[in-house]
Design a protein around this ligand. Structure first.
Ligand SMILES: [Zn+2]
Length: 289
């Protein structure tokens, strides 16, 4: 591998992310409706016309068809191309985080956290889960169990596999297991406790159980520090969005229009994956006593 191979792999990572996100678009529509995500093949929800493979190329097809069905001209939401682009950009970013130190021996650009090549599949899988969970939650106020419980179950073993492929010594493997299990317990237990206390004080359900499981999954994937970071970032982003909605007249103070919290948790987790450890290091250097 030479440094000049990097753009080819980078383009591949973007394309891979866009293809995965294209499939996630199908999942976001079908999973809440209890439909299979593999059959029948993609079709226009209005005219039922089968979408051919050349009409199903991420990003490009949407642009070529100008966001309309080739059969009936029905508008196809811009969210499809937005999610495909998001998937491409996030996978590209993860690739850069892993490949930059590997190929160039330098820190990744934009102050992103360096990750090992063994962690790259974990980053890809997490982004796919976060996109799926966030957009289903936006539409239906509900996060699929295959994202949340799936993440809680897979997080610790995946981190152990990544550590093992990095030839981590056995006593360090035990630390890896304890660290990510602690993340799972802190994420799940911590948010459950917060929700429980809130519901006792305000006599109102504050948090969906889906959010509790999602933060548990974040902990199992990224550890206890990521749990704290994600929750704080999500709370800040949620407050900003809430204030913006009040300012825009979309909702009134005290008149609880429910805003799903899952998308903000997903956003917080994504920010952690990109910059979290660099931020923590900077914080320890500058602000912690
Ligand atoms: Zn159509």
């Amino acid at each position: 591998m030479e440094a000049y191979h990097l753009p080819v792999f980078a383009a591949g990572a973007f394309a891979f992310g866009a293809v995965i996100a294209s499939f996630l678009n199908v999942c976001i529509w079908r999973i809440p409706r209890g439909e299979s995500v593999v059959s029948p093949p993609s079709h226009c929800p209005k005219c039922g016309k089968r979408i051919r493979w050349w009409q199903n190329i991420p990003i490009i097809s949407w642009l070529a068809l100008r966001g309309r069905c080739a059969g009936c001209g029905e508008r196809i939401s811009a969210r499809y191309i937005a999610i495909e682009t998001l998937g491409g950009v996030l996978f590209l970013a993860a690739f850069v985080q892993a490949a930059w130190p590997w190929f160039l021996g330098e820190w990744p650009p934009f102050a992103m956290t360096p990750i090992s090549l063994a962690q790259l599949p974990i980053w890809f899988l997490a982004y796919a889960g976060l996109i799926l969970g966030a957009f289903v939650d936006l539409d239906h106020y509900w996060i699929p169990d295959r994202v949340t419980i799936g993440g809680m179950v897979l997080g610790v073993p995946l981190n152990l596999i990544a550590a093992w492929t990095m030839r981590t010594p056995l006593h360090n493997m035990k630390f890896v297991a304890v660290w990510y299990a602690a993340g799972l317990v802190l994420g799940f237990g911590g948010l459950w406790l917060l929700g429980f206390v809130f519901s006792k004080i305000f006599k109102k359900e504050a948090m969906g159980f889906g959010d509790v499981k999602l933060l548990g999954a974040v902990g199992a994937f990224f550890g206890p520090v990521a749990v704290v970071f994600t929750l704080v970032a999500a709370a800040i982003a949620g407050s900003v969005a809430g204030i913006a909605m009040i300012a825009a007249g979309r909702t009134k103070m005290g008149n609880f229009t429910p805003i799903p919290f899952g998308p903000f948790l997903a956003l917080g987790a994504a920010v952690w994956m990109l910059w979290g450890e660099v931020f923590v290091a900077w914080y320890m250097m500058n602000l912690a006593m």
